[in-house]
Design a protein around this ligand. Structure first.
Ligand code: BEZ
Length: 260
């Protein structure tokens, strides 16, 4: 994603909550000793390490070299990989993904197809990412501030936040049966405020502006958001909405039995 720079140190400072709050998803994954599990978009490996601690044989992939190094420093097996062209065939019992799929806007269908190829029949795909309405106030403020400067923010918005229906259709079209799927509103306190969040996540949007305009634009976004996201003690709470799902890859025979 142009303009999005992933650095493990800044991520840990501004966004450690991403893995902390993703922990309940591990219960949904329910990793078993000896299972082969792929962590798609593993970041710095905080949750990958927990899957490994459960006794599973976990392999992480990420597209950011700095994150891959940070995850390897935890002693994990991790590689750089392109999520749109996953290179695995029937290698895993489960694929797990926390807070990564919303960055895969260019072709989410290709991602799901790669996950389906990577799994054995009956394998699980368990994940969570931004769903429809996620960070709506932040998106609206960013688009408004860019529009005032003559930029159509829709063209540079890097995030994919589908409805459960749209995501479910994508999964079913590639051979999955939905076990569970829901939007989960999750107001999320930001430890370093909205400035830290924008610094870590909104690079691609500000990169659409000339460098000299970026600081002013950021201040304007902060001012627009203050009334709705900043509480009476000065704490910032982002309007996160998660799309949480579990799906199972059907065998070829079961797929043929499906009515449509
Ligand atoms: C999220 O985790 O929902 C998210 C992270 C960065 C940008 C947008 C959304």
């Amino acid at each position: 994603m142009a303009g999005q720079i992933w650095q493990a140190e800044g991520y840990a400072r501004n966004a450690r909550f991403v893995s902390e709050l993703g922990r309940p998803l591990l219960a949904m994954l329910d990793p078993r000793p000896g299972e082969r599990i792929l962590d798609l978009g593993c970041g710095d490996g905080a949750l990958t390490a927990e899957i490994a601690a459960a006794g599973a044989r976990v392999f992480g992939v990420d597209r950011a070299p700095d994150m891959v190094c940070a995850a390897r420093a935890r002693g994990l097996a991790v590689a750089l990989a392109d999520a749109f062209a996953l290179p695995f065939a029937r290698r895993f019992d489960a694929v797990f993904s926390n807070a990564a799929i919303h960055w895969m806007k260019r072709d989410p269908g290709a991602v799901v197809a790669g996950v389906a190829r990577a799994l054995v029949p009956g394998g699980r795909f368990v994940g969570e990412f931004g769903g429809f309405g996620n960070v709506a106030a932040i998106v609206t403020a960013l688009l408004a501030v860019l529009a005032r400067r003559g930029v159509d923010g829709e063209t540079v918005l890097p995030w994919y936040f589908p409805t459960p229906n749209a995501w479910g259709r994508l999964l079913e079209a590639r051979g999955f049966e939905i076990v569970e799927i829901a939007l989960v509103p999750r107001p999320t306190p930001l430890p370093t405020g909205i400035e830290g969040w924008l610094e870590t996540f909104a690079g691609p949007l500000f990169a659409a502006l000339p460098e000299g305009e970026r600081a002013g634009a950021r201040d304007e976004v902060v001012a627009l958001l203050r009334p709705s996201l900043c509480d009476e003690r000065g704490g910032w709470i982002a309007d996160y909405v998660r799309l949480r799902f579990a799906a199972r890859l059907l065998s070829a025979a079961k797929r043929e039995e499906r009515p449509c």
